[in-house]
Design a protein around this ligand. Structure first.
Ligand code: ADP
Ligand code: MG
Ligand code: MG
Length: 251
């Protein structure tokens, strides 16, 4: 699904990612942990082609394509989805309209029939209903005045409709109560049918206890310095990052 080799990324001419390697296969769930400023958000932002992040070296292969050849919208149409740590607010753009446009762009790109308003409404009702997510958010402007929890719920709506192949989640669980974390986990687990992959950044054990990761990576100073399984996350929970040390352990 995704193969990253020796990735180096600058932000404002400062090197933030310093030679990062990561391979994510179809169906796998990877968790990225690490202290603040390690470069976790920079990695997922780079994958979604955020304008802050300038790739200076390395290879990024997504499916059978060079990711760097794909524009932001191509990446979305090719099935990459990112939930940002701080989603943008777009006043004046109706959320439902935005979602329908995004979904139809993707369908058109993949030579599928576009949905009309009635079909779109039916789909949103079905998908949101499965997880008890309120439809009200659809009628508002995109993220405008959304509370933290509403922004997260809105990301779930996007996930459910777009059904991406590579799901990038940057601290989607931060500030959520247990019930909301359960809803997030239900949605993700439901999408995990063996064909989709997840890369998620989280500081907490809670989300991982519902979405069992195949791999847990520790990032430090722009690189992955340790890789393990769920037990590594538990170890960090008890010992902290300092206690784990930074010996390299390539899997
Ligand atoms: P993490 O998500 O692991 O906390 P980030 O990827 O957000 O780390 O940040 C990595 C480093 O890049 C930090 O030193 C941060 O200050 C710097 N950085 C991130 N975004 C910007 C930006 N827009 N401008 C300048 N520096 C940035
Ligand atoms: Mg941070
Ligand atoms: Mg971050």
């Amino acid at each position: 699904m995704l193969n990253i080799k020796n990735l180096k990324v600058n932000i404002d001419d400062k090197e933030i990612l310093k030679g990062l390697d990561l391979e994510i296969k179809k169906g796998e769930v990877h968790v990225l942990m690490g202290q603040n400023g390690a470069g976790k958000s920079t990695l997922v932002k780079t994958l979604s082609d955020h304008y802050d992040c300038k790739v200076t070296q390395g290879e990024l292969q997504y499916k059978d394509k060079n990711l760097l050849d794909l524009s932001v919208s191509d990446r979305a149409n090719e099935g990459i989805f990112m939930s940002f740590q701080n989603p943008v607010e777009i006043p004046g753009v109706n959320n439902s309209y935005f979602l329908k446009t995004a979904l139809n762009e993707k369908r058109k790109y993949n030579s599928e029939k576009e949905l009309d308003a009635i079909e779109f409404l039916k789909l949103t009702k079905e998908e949101l209903g499965k997880f008890g997510i309120d439809k009200k958010l659809l009628q508002r402007d995109l993220n405008d005045g959304f509370s933290g929890g509403e922004k997260k719920r809105n990301e779930l709506i996007q996930l459910l409709l777009l059904k991406p192949d590579l799901i990038l989640l940057d601290e989607i669980d931060s500030g959520l109560d247990v019930d909301a974390i359960k809803t997030v986990a239900n949605v993700i687990n439901n999408l995990l049918d063996g064909n989709r992959s997840v890369l998620m950044i989280t500081h907490y054990d809670k989300l991982m206890s519902y979405i069992k990761p195949d791999f847990v990576h520790i990032m430090q100073d722009g690189k992955i310095v340790k890789t393990g399984d769920y037990n590594l996350a538990l170890e960090i929970d008890s010992k902290g990052y300092e206690g784990i040390g930074n010996e390299t352990n390539k899997s």
